[in-house]
Design a protein around this ligand. Sequence first.
Ligand SMILES: [Zn+2]
Length: 173
Amino acid sequence: METQPPSSFRLSLKVKSAGCFNLSTGQTDALPSVIAAWMQKSMNEDTALYPPVDPIAAGLKAKCPRCGQGKLFDGFLKPARHCSSCGLDYSFIDTGEGPAVLVMLLIGFIVVGLALWMEVNLDPPLWVHFILWIPLALVLCLSTLRWMKGVLIALQYKHKAAEGQLDRPAHHE
Ligand SMILES: [Zn+2]
């Protein structure tokens, strides 16, 4: 009569012969290669993620586009070197003339529209236009410029926008 060991005993033998994962050293040599590769990957992969930051809110508050905490500007409009909170390097920032053009179009439209409306409807003397619209345009442009620049930087970070580059191996660099 053939003697078979109990099934639980056989199972444990099988697991043992497949190799054993050493928790303290992370050795996976004896495991099947697919599982070993997966374990190595999941152990070594850095999956630290920042919670999503709303680019509009972060931009309007002039905060870092990655963590939403650190200051974005060093002064009024000059971007800082890096985020004081998460250390994000701000050298990617390249908004160019974008904020200024958008602000000019937007505020110009509003202020010129208001001035035209007042001229047509109230017909005030010329000096009223000067003391109303020049300071208003200045204040609106300067405040909006900072918001606009912050929002554009945050959007640039979110969408990884950068200068175009040719997709071919570089031979000289
Ligand atoms: Zn940050």
